[in-house]
Design a protein around this ligand. Sequence first.
Ligand code: NAI
Length: 731
Amino acid sequence: MNDLNLTHIKFEVDGDGVATLLLDCADEHFNSLGPELATDLFAAIARIESDPDIKAVVIGSAKKDNFLSGADIRWLQSLDDATTALELLGEAHAGFMRVEKLTSDLGKPVVAAIHGACLGGGMELALACSMRIASNDEKKTQLGQPEVQLGLIPGAGGTQRLPRLIGVAAALDLILTGRSIRPRRAMRMGLIDEACPQEVLLEVAKKRALEAALNPTEATVDSGNTIGRLRNFLAPSHLQQLALEENPVGRKVLFSKAEEKMLEQTKGNYPAPPAALRAVKAGIEQGLDVGYETELQEFKDLVVSPEAKALMSIFFATQELKRDSGIDSAAIPLAVRKTAVLGGGLMGGGIATINTTKAKVPTRIKEVDDAGVGRGLAYVSKAVNKQVKRRRLKPRAAAKMAHLVTGTTDWSGFGSVDLVIEAVFEDLELKRSMVAQVEAATGPKTVFATNTSSIPITLIAEGASRPENIIGMHYFSPVEKMPLLEIIVTDKTADWVTATAVALGKRQGKTVIVVNDGTGFYTSRIIAPYMNEVGWLLEEGVSIQDIDAAMVDWGFPVGPVQLTDEVGIDVGAKVGKVMRQEFGDRLAAPAGFDKLVEDDRMGRKNGRGFYLYEDGERKGVDESVYAVIGSSPGTTMDSAEIQERLALQMINEAALCLQEGILRSARDGDIGAIFGLGFPPFRGGPFSYVDRLGADTVVAKLGKLADTHGDRYQPAAILVEHAKSGEPFRR
Ligand code: NAI
């Protein structure tokens, strides 16, 4: 029986009176909640409300491995008027309320049958149902409220229904972090009522729905869940939590603790988490109606906020990059079946690790001696064991991975290697000799990728017999954690080589940008003037503490001085020299950095830097450092001024990279700065940030700074052009 004419939902009522709604957004691989699906959903609800023959309802999905991924983000991004947002959201609220009332007012139980992603608006729909049953597929099924990651909060009742279902503390954890939960945990938390194999999911859901309809008072789930919940309920930590939540004083403590932690993490730069907290709090303390209204009001302001727009644009850029082959032609990438890594140090070890754990490609580590090989292999096995300990990997899978990595001190086994990643010392002659030896040991189709952090790839490829096979693959430390891979192509790099490197990078789990060759490529280049400016500020007498605190407040994960210690002051000084040679006085570093190297200050690695280290742990600033660089910290500078001076150096250099064709697009510039250097995501990256301020404002600020501090602040021509035309960098 299906007389409803729906485009995005398969609607069916069986002989027992159970209506099944299978969400099925037309022409899409997955379901997302936009106006069209909502219209169909409300039409189906209207039918269920008015049809006395329908006794119970199951909401599932017709898509493979996807329940409902949340709101349609393109649609959310297109909202630029808070009043329209409020109207549309009001409709979603009312619709989900009708889902809830099917059970509470009409006695028609609604069971969500969940397999695959059940996130955001999808989770909220499931919360409005009277029961949630999920497939027990730990890989594919995930539930959560990831809205904060896009600068939003759950906007269809999630801030109210979730705390009521799983408790305030657990709900805050999910809503404020945006992380998602797998079925087993979801069961323990009480987020779902039952888990079963996907093959029988719909069948079980229908059965439960019917049982609940026929026997409303005894409708319980007979699986182990009751016991599971009870066990969880009686656990000491849960009882403590409950005691905290149940009394008003305890609740106050809970909210203020959450607020404190949140502020510490966001520095007040992200408006969504505090808004979510206010909505949850309002609902708990002043009742559901106030709670729903607070959620609506908070959401409508957030959805048009610059922070949400920036975070959504990062989301889209990342999605686009997943589909980007890195080339403009249709060249076919080589299937990489075997790789080699030259050098098993910090970077080589990390690269071999992601080859093994993520790309799952056999990898041969070549080192100078057995000790080196041992270090490289140990790096991989330590990283793999860590994953086993954290239960991210089963011991059997780990053992399999261990077989993927081998070590050698000669060139044996290189004949069948498709791609070599070189990560030996940062030395041009050494790297060139690696090229020559790899060319002799491998076939004509073997790609040579170098992980150099600063030497132009063109220089490394000079004298190569197959320069078209040479490319840069610039990883960031620690390789396993940092999300970016910057791929660098020369004039000679063949398209199939670029496509091969990009495809491998994606298999390694990286977000990949492709840039053109030039000193410092993109990321090392834009950080150079930023670091130099730190030196100038120190010379002017600004303190290390003030500089680092200002930039952390601006949104960087660590301050620039601390970062210098982490990367290595010697490394910074070396790169700085190369930059100056190439770009002249504009990128001149103050003499202080060299004096630090002369004083044997390398940073964290030798325990001597701008900061003090005890047993490898960073302590306070090493006050003796000022004497070494010949400055004395007595100048008080507004943190806004520090922030502007440092940030604009980086932004202006990014603009130059676009102007010179180092960057393929402003999008890549934003992603590279955020994922490689920790540029504050809520600012959207250097180019989005210029768009937000207006290029004319940025040019005016730079001009003023140039008047005071000299030519290094001369605005890039491309910024001036955009200031004149008013054209944004990102659309
Ligand atoms: P590292 O000093 O930890 O490792 C280098 C390894 O190369 C050593 O284990 C050494 O024994 C080995 N090696 C030297 N000559 C060799 C040869 N002829 N054959 C095989 N192995 C040889 O250095 P790290 O930090 O891993 O850097 C490696 C490369 O990665 C450098 O080019 C560096 O600029 C670049 N890089 C470093 C980053 C970092 O944060 N450390 C970030 C991005 C790139």
